[in-house]
Write a protein of this length. Structure first.
Length: 315
């Protein structure tokens, strides 16, 4: 080996060995019985010499409630953090919260399943070490997931939760409040009138959200990389109103009227009251969320295994 080639390899070796991967760890605080998984993950990261920054509430839960000895590099006190990867420990709801915290930082998210379904958080407890090994061996792929952005027009009120995070990885839903009568939702797409839904609500979902709330009310399943959005009514008062799929470069305007003069806006489950003199404009956000997937994973296999999609119960 000539001298220049040797120096090149030596330099690459030094860079790799000197660079410690930084992980930002988020998790839910309601599953004490899953403390063994948290301990396994922390031990695995420590074994790789990783920097581990833990969200303050999750750190307090691990150390105070679960009595774990956590050797954290530092704590995440707000959204001004940086990392090579973010890890979500919990179910799909925790994954959505992690995606909200990551925002437009471009940090890939690893979802460790501590819940029941685990469609987004699809790394099981038995796969934790293998997944972290794949990260260090660069044996993984990133899936780009589109995000929805909500903007408001008009003088009505909206909640603080929407002001701080008007972005949704799964869906934006407008819904009637409590046991009030159904609401009317006028929908315009790129300025062209579509229809007015008489329903309990309406869901605008991304492909990621097509296996969530929208699926439960009859929406279509969409492949994660499909460049589309779904519009699905909730308990529509008409037999000829069905879910519709549109291109994700469209801007959707929602105008809502209600007997109570207000309604709910749910952005990935974060619900706030909005008054009917405000319009909602929903469109694709200027950034996407990156999800870490092992190379042997498959969306269609997950459909079959997690949702029993296509299963013939007669067998």
């Amino acid at each position: 080996m000539n001298y220049e080639l040797f120096c090149t390899f030596a330099l690459k070796f030094v860079i790799i060995t000197m660079h410690k991967l930084r992980f930002a760890l988020f998790g839910n605080i309601y599953q004490a019985k899953k403390s063994a998984l948290a301990k396994k993950l922390l031990c695995c990261l420590e074994g790789h010499g990783a920097e581990v920054w833990i969200d303050r509430p999750f750190y307090d839960y691990l150390t105070r409630e679960l009595q774990l000895n956590v050797n954290a590099t530092g704590l995440i006190e707000d959204d001004r953090f940086r990392a090579d990867f973010a890890i979500s420990m919990g179910g799909d709801g925790t994954f959505l919260q992690t995606a909200m915290r990551v925002g437009n930082k471009g940090i890939p998210i690893i979802g460790v399943n501590m819940g029941r379904m685990g469609f987004l958080a699809d790394v099981g407890g038995d796969d934790i070490e293998a997944t972290i090994d794949c990260i260090y061996n660069e044996d993984y792929r990133l899936e780009e997931r589109s995000v929805l952005e909500v903007a408001y027009q008009g003088q009505g009120a909206r909640g603080k939760g929407q002001e701080t995070s008007p972005y949704a990885l799964n869906e934006v839903a407008v819904l009637k409040r409590d046991n009030s009568s159904m609401i009317s939702i006028r929908v315009d797409i790129n300025g062209e009138y579509l229809t007015t839904y008489q329903a309990d609500g309406l869901i605008i979902n991304t492909p990621t959200g097509s296996t969530g709330y929208a699926l439960s009310v009859g929406g279509s399943i969409m492949s994660p990389n499909a460049g589309v959005l779904g519009i699905t009514p909730v308990a529509a008062h008409s037999l000829n109103v069905r879910p519709i799929t549109i291109c994700d470069n469209a801007e959707i305007t929602l105008s809502v009227s209600s007997r109570s003069h207000n309604f709910l806006v749910a952005i990935d489950g974060r619900s706030e009251t909005c008054t009917e003199d405000r319009q909602l404009r929903v469109r694709k956000a200027p950034y996407s969320i990156q999800v870490v997937k092992r190379n042997n994973s498959s969306f269609f296999r997950t459909l079959r295994e997690k949702l029993a999609w296509g299963t013939d119960i007669r067998n």
